[in-house]
Design a protein. Structure first.
Ligand code: HEC
Length: 113
């Protein structure tokens, strides 16, 4: 009986570690992508093309989220810094930290591979 439980524990731990390793390699360990897309549709879609958009790079003057994601300089940190400082051309959003993480996670999914 003891042995049986022990083995279950090890299998469970292995599964957990695999999940964690998968999340780390995907580079989006935080942020709810689906919620991020919803926030982007709601708050950013007026100016930015927020979905995957082959071909186009801008609407009027705002870069598409895909082109932002593909810039070599774009990282979680750079996006957070940009979105936490006021910008002349963009409304000053008061997104919560979680909402910010979600939008950032969503934008980074557009990077492709
Ligand atoms: C009123 C129009 C407008 C809205 C709404 C808007 N943006 Fe922008 N955004 C712009 C413009 C114009 C630029 C390009 C000029 C600049 O970099 O300041 C820009 C630039 C950016 C950049 C920087 C790209 C770079 O060059 O580094 C990011 C990231 C970004 N927006 C994210 C967002 C997110 C996320 C939202 C929604 C929460 C949003 N924007 C909503 C107009 C808008």
């Amino acid at each position: 009986m003891f042995l049986f439980h022990r083995r279950l524990g090890i299998v469970g731990l292995a599964a957990l570690l695999t999940t964690l390793a998968g999340a780390a390699t995907a580079q989006v360990p935080t942020g709810d992508i689906v919620n991020g897309q919803r926030i982007a549709d709601t708050w950013c879609g007026n100016c930015h093309v927020v979905s995957r958009s082959p071909g186009s790079t801008t609407t009027d003057s705002a870069p598409t989220f895909e082109s932002i994601a593909r810039m070599p300089s774009t990282t979680t940190v750079s996006l957070r810094a940009f979105l936490q400082t006021p910008h002349r051309s963009m409304p000053n959003y008061q997104l919560s930290r979680t909402e910010l993480d979600d939008v950032i996670a969503y934008i980074l999914t557009l990077r492709g591979r």
